[in-house]
Design a protein around this ligand. Structure first.
Ligand code: AMP
Ligand code: MN
Ligand code: MN
Length: 397
């Protein structure tokens, strides 16, 4: 099929059934056999064992309104998706934002939506609120970056603003003020910890990536997914599932990958760009960081941790974002239930990444320390020295 012939997934053979995580992916009116409609509370249900914090049951309604929401829904109700479609369809100008220090899911979601909306004739602005605004080198191959503007040029009070992969207002960085003044604020996200800070919240903790929700939104809008858009969506999916290794790797995630790859992106090329293109200095820094890793078998069912400083990176001119993936090496430790990597950023703050194998809810731990995330992958920011930060963490494990 030529890219762009039809919205990906329209008329998927086999159809989704209620309870199938793919059911929520069907476009309106697609006539899904089995009777599940997008937004069916049973559809898109969390995989067995995926706990929704706060005890929200499937079908709970997100409380609209900034700040005050409680009870994150297992999946946004159908009416919310309809309202999002109405708001976006009637807007001539849309301001998009993703979280600071964007990862593949944040930038991929935003650029995919931006490209599709621009092709539909909208004026689109996209940004993220880092004080040092720069797209991480690893993500510079993503298409559609001409949509990006520096935060200083972002609309101060957008009529319609949409956020992607942003779990709390804080994660908007300097764009938080624009969100506060937006006429309507649509929050598209998959973090269970998201309080629902938009005027409209499309939050599905069962979704493997925010790009999963963007694909769903584009279907709803009837917008085609060409090769460039599919590339952005695939990057979010492949990075957030850890190359289809994490617990979010459901049949729906593989189905989505199949639809996307059919639209043209080359998985080998994307994997090379994302994971096999480090500068040589990365190896040197990695060596030092692994050399100082510590295993504490008695903490949290087994804790492995290490840290990477500005001074480690300086001799090699290695930018901060190059060390973001170090945790994926450290977490290989078989004896460890929990992995922690503290990364000193260019401002001297420590960005703390945590991972769990499922026995410890690191979102709970990181939320208690001012951050957030998912049960098995979460983070927070610390300005305390390494040992004090670790003491705070150990006390919660
Ligand atoms: P990372 O360790 O940076 O890959 O992030 C893992 C997860 O934790 C992601 O879902 C992030 O959104 C979340 N996260 C990381 N850092 C923070 C932070 N400072 N505040 C809130 N959430 C965070
Ligand atoms: Mn993210
Ligand atoms: Mn994500």
């Amino acid at each position: 099929m030529a890219a762009g012939d039809a919205p990906i997934g329209a008329g998927v053979p086999g159809g989704a059934t209620a309870g199938d995580p793919a059911a929520g992916d069907a476009p309106i009116g697609a006539g899904v056999p089995g009777g599940a409609t997008a937004g069916d509370p049973a559809a898109g249900g969390a995989p067995a064992g995926a706990a929704v914090p706060g005890g929200a049951a499937a079908g709970d309604v997100a409380v609209a309104g900034r700040g005050g929401a409680r009870g994150v829904p297992a999946q946004a109700p159908d009416a919310d998706w309809d309202r999002a479609v109405a708001l976006i369809s009637s807007a001539s100008e849309v301001a998009l934002a993703c979280h600071v220090s964007p990862d593949g899911d944040a930038l991929g979601s935003m650029l995919a939506a931006g490209a599709a909306l621009r092709a539909a004739g909208k004026r689109v602005t996209a940004s993220f609120g880092d004080r040092r605004f720069a797209v991480p080198r690893l993500l510079r191959f993503l298409p559609g970056q001409d949509l990006l503007v520096e935060p200083a040029r972002y609309p101060a009070a957008p009529e319609l603003m949409v956020t992607f992969d942003v779990s709390t207002v804080d994660r908007l960085g300097t764009l938080a003020e624009s969100a506060g003044r937006a006429g309507e604020l649509i929050v598209v996200d998959h973090h269970p910890s998201n309080p629902g800070f938009g005027t409209l919240n499309l939050i599905d903790p069962a979704a493997a990536s925010t790009t999963t929700l963007v694909e769903r939104l584009l279907h709803r809008l009837g917008l085609p997914i060409d090769e460039a858009i599919a590339t952005c969506l695939y990057v979010g999916l492949v990075t957030d599932t850890g190359s289809f290794r994490h617990s979010s790797t459901t049949p729906a995630a593989h189905d989505m990958a199949a639809r996307l790859v059919a639209a043209g992106p080359d998985p080998e090329e994307i994997a090379r760009r994302l994971w096999d293109s480090s500068p040589f200095g990365y190896l040197k820094v990695l060596g030092a960081v692994l050399g100082r890793a510590t295993l504490e078998p008695e903490v949290g069912g087994g804790l492995v941790w290490t840290f990477v400083t500005r001074a480690d990176r300086a001799p090699y001119g290695l930018p901060y974002d190059e060390v973001e993936g170090i945790i994926d090496v450290v977490r290989r430790t078989g004896e460890a239930e929990v992995t922690v990597v503290l990364k000193e950023d260019d401002d001297g703050a420590w960005q703390v990444s945590t991972r769990s194998r499922g026995g410890v809810d690191v979102a709970r731990v990181c939320s208690a320390l001012g951050g957030g995330g998912h049960a098995r992958a979460a983070g927070f920011t610390s300005r305390l020295p390494v040992e004090e930060t670790m003491a705070g963490l150990r006390a919660l494990l």
